[in-house]
Write a protein that binds this ligand. Structure first.
Ligand SMILES: Nc1ncnc2c1ncn2[C@@H]1O[C@H](COP(=O)(O)OP(=O)(O)O)[C@@H](O)[C@H]1O
Ligand SMILES: [Mg+2]
Length: 233
């Protein structure tokens, strides 16, 4: 058994993380279409909340939307709600001012926004003051923990996890690109076995772990050497 994962810094899956919107895997096409509008129109502003289970791809989607809209990374600010501090709003305001001075719309990403707890009200005041002047993308695993006043000011998109059948497509994409061949039916069984209790969907992290394990245990056949590559006469 040969381990080919080393060539990818330990994870074939991570080496294939999407970097542009068209490569992002979505469990449903409606969410893809709705969010594509934000990636494709740098002037589209507002507040959006990406809600979904752990590892469904919310933070990755937010980052890619920001990258596709703005070549200028100084017009993007990203933070996790857990580390929000007193000067965070100042940093966000500075990002907004920079983007505006450069004739673009800032993108502010607040991951796990529910962790802001009481500070959500300061965020709400900021959203009111800057309404429709920038794009604020918030992510959460628990929509119920976000204050209703913020939810009411936002469009909510549900980013679902992946059924075993959908997971097969995503896994095959990575595996086949690297020369691995597995039957869909075998992969689907593997994914279905990973569901616990009444779970119906897998996260991208769960799918990634299975892909990496398969890659480690089943190295593809090395490409056949053509005569022209032979160095010894
Ligand atoms: N479409 C995708 N295809 C493959 N891997 C992805 C994709 N989207 C995200 N990932 C990877 O899956 C993991 C979880 O994604 P992340 O965006 O952090 O999820 P969430 O924010 O919903 O918890 C990350 O390691 C990320 O690189
Ligand atoms: Mg996240």
């Amino acid at each position: 058994m040969q381990n080919t994962c080393g060539a990818f810094g330990g994870s074939l899956w991570n080496a294939n993380t999407p970097t542009c919107f068209k490569d992002i895997a979505f469990a449903d096409d409606y969410t893809r279409e709705d969010l594509a509008d934000y990636a494709n129109n740098p002037n589209l502003t507002g507040n959006i909340i990406l809600e979904g289970g752990y590892g469904s791809g919310k933070s990755t989607i937010a980052q890619i939307i920001a990258n596709e809209r703005l070549a200028d990374s100084l017009s993007v600010f990203e933070i996790n709600g857990e580390v929000w501090s007193d000067d965070t709003l100042t940093k966000i305001t500075n990002t907004y001012a920079w983007a505006t001075a450069n004739s673009s719309k800032a993108v502010i990403i607040i991951n796990e926004v529910d962790r802001l707890k009481d500070k959500q009200f300061k965020l709400r005041d900021f959203l009111d003051k800057h309404a429709q002047r920038l794009l604020v993308i918030m992510t959460t695993n628990h929509l119920a923990n976000i204050d209703g006043s913020i939810v009411d000011r936002s469009d909510v998109y549900y980013v679902r996890g992946f059924t075993p059948q959908k997971a097969v497509g995503i896994a095959q994409n990575v595996l086949q690109r690297h020369g691995y061949t597995f039957l869909d039916v075998d992969l689907e069984k593997l994914f279905a076995r990973r569901l616990v209790g009444d779970e119906q969907e897998l996260s991208l992290r769960q799918i990634g772990r299975i892909v990496d394990k398969l890659a480690m245990q089943n190295a593809p056949n090395p490409p056949k050497r053509g005569n022209s590559l032979r160095l010894v006469k």
